[in-house]
Design a protein around this ligand. Structure first.
Ligand code: F3S
Length: 427
């Protein structure tokens, strides 16, 4: 590993013990991957406050500095934590104070997280508390090297923003925050950003649901490849559609980068998406493939009696909140049904000011921030059957909570919330 003088200085303790531990970790990590040098990063999206049994124990023993040392720097030494060297944000955490009395989630976790936010806020971490930092102002520029966690955020950063990140972990982001470096490998390098598979979309893909179904099929087909998606069926997506599409590809597979020629920034053409190399034979996405994705996602639903509806995975955008409010306006949730809508804290504030929250709450639904049922392993007490418009949440939540799951449109989900019955169909 080639190091600059500044990096050698950090390794040797010129910027303190914590930074030395961070640089040591990055060198070990980079060497294991065969990276020849480190990339400079000035945007880190990681996690440090999310409660876990280990974190409770470490914070009790030695405060948040201890937790950061062990979990985010992989050292048992007691190190003093400086301010973060580069802009860093906290991604999604556990449920926060707004969940008290709504989500069956341990109060001690909420308290732990709250103390963590004060501690890390004072150390230069922006407490965004969302899986969609790009929706609340954390936007790297095209070509910028960043260090992000969270699969749905990583695929969005690489593909839609044209930034460059691998799917990092708590330790590598923790170390990147203190050093402004991350091993330069994988998605940071030009040669690893070209397509590996081609898709020909032959059926219309225009709605939020369509983009989720396409993403689920594409992810299943390519697994960790880099899909290039083209075809006459594609209609210009909104950002929420691309968010859903990317999250679905990273759920059914492990996609970290996709190209949609003419839409995403690194692929003005199919040729450019493959770096000038010959494109492989296209995989078709037609009605049969769309049906496969829908039926696979809905294979975890049996009973049509729905207890719980979850919207906002990845966390809802303002446009989505506005649409949800419009769909719920003048309606009232069924007595046996609950609906939670996940969104970033910052957007919740705007939803409050814009009157969306009032409309949503008047219908009996709740807006929650910071987390989601899959992340915090919590749904309303007694939930047996849930429904969502998110392919990712429907894929994961049944296994996490041992419940049934239905996937449909926003309209299907609102209908289920109001009637207590699942009547969704692929249209
Ligand atoms: Fe976000 Fe939870 Fe979905 S963290 S991407 S809302 S699974």
């Amino acid at each position: 590993m080639q190091l600059t003088d500044e990096e050698k200085g950090m390794r040797d303790g010129a910027e303190g013990d914590a930074t030395a531990a961070a640089m040591d970790l990055l060198i070990r990590y980079g060497e294991a991957l065969g990276a020849e040098h480190l990339c400079r990063v000035r945007n880190v999206a990681g996690t440090m406050t999310q409660p876990s049994p280990v974190k409770h124990k470490l914070v009790k023993e030695g405060g948040w500095a201890k937790s950061y040392s062990v979990i985010n720097l992989d050292t048992d030494r007691d190190v003093e934590l400086p301010r973060m060297k580069v802009p860093t944000c906290q991604l999604q955490s556990g449920f926060g104070p707004d969940s008290i009395g709504i989500a069956p989630y341990p109060k001690e976790n909420v308290e732990l997280q709250t103390t963590g936010e004060s501690y890390f806020g004072a150390h230069g971490v922006n407490i965004l508390s969302t899986c969609t930092p790009y929706q609340v102002g954390n936007l790297p520029t095209r070509g910028e090297h960043v260090a992000w966690m969270e699969s749905s955020a990583v695929v969005y950063a690489n593909s839609v923003l044209g930034a460059r990140t691998n799917c990092e972990g708590g330790a590598s982001t923790g170390s990147a925050s203190l050093t402004g470096r991350v091993p330069c490998w994988g998605n940071h390098k030009d040669e690893n950003r070209y397509g590996t598979a081609l898709f020909d979309v032959r059926t219309e893909v225009s709605s939020f649901q369509d983009w989720g179904l396409l993403g689920y099929f594409v992810g299943d087909q390519v697994q960790e490849g880099r899909p290039v998606v083209t075809g006459d069926g594609i209609r210009l997506p909104e950002l929420a559609d691309l968010k859903h599409f990317g999250a679905a590809t990273a759920t059914a597979g492990g996609v970290e980068l996709f190209h949609i020629p003419g839409i995403t920034p690194e692929a003005p053409t199919v040729e450019a998406a493959f770096g000038g190399a010959a494109a492989p034979e296209a995989i078709a996405f037609g009605e049969a493939e769309r049906r496969w994705a829908y039926d696979t996602l809905n294979s975890q639903g049996e009973s049509d009696e729905v207890d719980f509806i979850l919207l906002g995975c990845p966390h809802a955008s303002l446009d989505q909140l506005q649409r949800i409010a419009a769909a719920l306006d003048g309606k009232r949730l069924h007595n046996d049904t609950e609906m939670w809508i996940m969104t970033p804290r910052a957007l919740r504030t705007i939803a409050d000011a814009s009157g969306y929250t009032e409309v949503i709450e008047r219908a009996g639904a709740k807006i929650l921030t910071d987390s989601c049922p899959a992340m915090s392993k919590a749904a309303p007490d007694g939930t047996r059957v849930f429904a969502s418009d998110s392919a990712k949440q429907v894929h994961y939540l049944p296994a996490i909570l041992g419940i049934e799951g239905w996937f449909g449109t926003l309209e299907d989900c609102v209908d289920a919330a109001v009637t207590g019955r699942w009547r969704g169909e692929l249209r």
